[in-house]
Design a protein around this ligand. Structure first.
Ligand SMILES: *[C@@H]1O[C@H](CO)[C@@H](O)[C@H](O)[C@H]1NC(C)=O
Ligand SMILES: *[C@@H]1O[C@H](CO)[C@@H](O)[C@H](O)[C@H]1NC(C)=O
Ligand SMILES: *[C@@H]1O[C@H](CO)[C@@H](O)[C@H](O)[C@H]1NC(C)=O
Ligand SMILES: *[C@@H]1O[C@H](CO)[C@@H](O)[C@H](O)[C@H]1NC(C)=O
Ligand SMILES: *[C@@H]1O[C@H](CO)[C@@H](O)[C@H](O)[C@H]1NC(C)=O
Ligand SMILES: *[C@@H]1O[C@H](CO)[C@@H](O)[C@H](O)[C@H]1NC(C)=O
Ligand SMILES: [Fe+2]
Length: 272
């Protein structure tokens, strides 16, 4: 079993939407799911939280963080393991790959996945990957700045949104517009390399490109959770106040890292 918190690794993910195929490359050194499962037995476990539960203040309070990580996200991981236990043939597949294939009737038939399990895998597997991204893209409040972005990425951001702050403003607007539960993302579009802000309902992820609308497909670089469980204790129903604070948690170095990987057709292994 590989070290859990060792050096950053990544999983190859060549994604070209609509007209080309997606392939995950299974590195020989990763005999299991091609990504860390954070348990000793090849079931999924919670990925490490980079900071203590109270490390996200004042944007996110300790209790919200604890409940979110252990109960909401942790519960979905348990559900995912329960489902996968009934489908041994699905177990070796990287989660990102499995999730996008749920939109293929050929795949679903091949692995004999029942309709209710397709839905449950979509929701619980989606939650697993979405929260892994969410935990990793946040760092200590007000400590990270866009100054470390490469000129290439900074130029792309500026040409689309005027400035990094403009990008976050657009992310907040999109996140505020999600009806009910869902996520807002900054994604990399492999069909031309543009950056785009998209939203997905429930626990869908832009990587599920055989399920989500083509406009929402992409490789996620930043993801913000706008389920009420992410903010309700502190902000009650005022999602916009949560979002105003949340953007100060963004780890710009990690955003840059995700962009560098996406350009090479890869996603961070912690995401799968
Ligand atoms: C796998 O390991 C985790 C903790 O490492 C444990 O909670 C879980 O019950 C184990 N699952 C199985 C099927 O042994
Ligand atoms: C954070 O919340 C958890 C769960 O409510 C609690 O066990 C822990 O003591 C709290 N830690 C701090 C520093 O408040
Ligand atoms: C497919 O799964 C169902 C249960 O969901 C089972 O009854 C059936 O025998 C399976 N078919 C094959 C070909 O394995
Ligand atoms: C965070 O940074 C903003 C803008 O630089 C500043 O107004 C605010 O007081 C800071 N908040 C904290 C808690 O450090
Ligand atoms: C910029 O990068 C340097 C070196 O990687 C790092 O020490 C520093 O904390 C980063 N600064 C910001 C604002 O992210
Ligand atoms: C992008 O815009 C910001 C804010 O206006 C500016 O500080 C930065 O220098 C610009 N970067 C590039 C590469 O144009
Ligand atoms: Fe969540």
């Amino acid at each position: 079993m590989r070290a859990v918190m060792g050096k950053p690794e990544s999983v190859a993910l060549t994604v070209v939407f609509l007209f080309l195929a997606l392939q995950m490359s299974f590195a020989a050194r990763t005999p299991n799911r091609g990504c860390p499962t954070f348990t000793g037995n090849n079931t999924y476990g919670s990925p490490p939280l980079p900071l203590p539960y109270d490390g996200y203040m004042p944007a996110i309070d300790n209790e919200t963080m604890w409940l979110h990580y252990n109960r909401h996200a942790g519960g979905a991981i348990n559900n995912l393991n329960t489902i996968l236990a009934r489908y041994p043939a699905l177990q070796p597949l990287p989660l990102a790959y499995l999730l996008l294939q749920l939109g293929s009737s050929t795949f679903v038939k091949k692995y004999n996945i029942s309709a209710s399990d397709v839905t449950a895998l979509r929701n619980n597997g989606g939650s697993t990957i979405n929260h892994a991204i969410f935990w990793r893209i946040m760092t200590t409040y007000n400590t990270s700045t866009p100054t470390n972005l490469t000129a290439e990425l900074a130029k792309m951001i500026n040409s689309t949104w005027g400035s990094p702050t403009g990008m976050l403003d657009a992310l907040r607007t999109a996140a505020g517009s999600v009806f009910g539960s869902g996520w807002a993302w900054v994604v990399y579009r492999p069909d031309g390399g543009a950056l785009k802000i998209v939203t997905t309902p429930n626990q869908d992820n832009p990587l599920m490109w055989k399920i989500v609308s083509p406009e929402s497909a992409g490789v996620p670089l930043i993801g913000v959770d706008v389920w009420e469980h992410a903010y309700y204790l502190k902000y009650r129903n005022v999602r916009s106040s949560y979002l105003l604070q949340w953007v100060n948690l963004v780890d710009w170095s990690y955003f840059q890292r995700n962009y560098n990987l996406a350009k090479r057709g890869m996603v961070d292994s912690i995401y799968c």
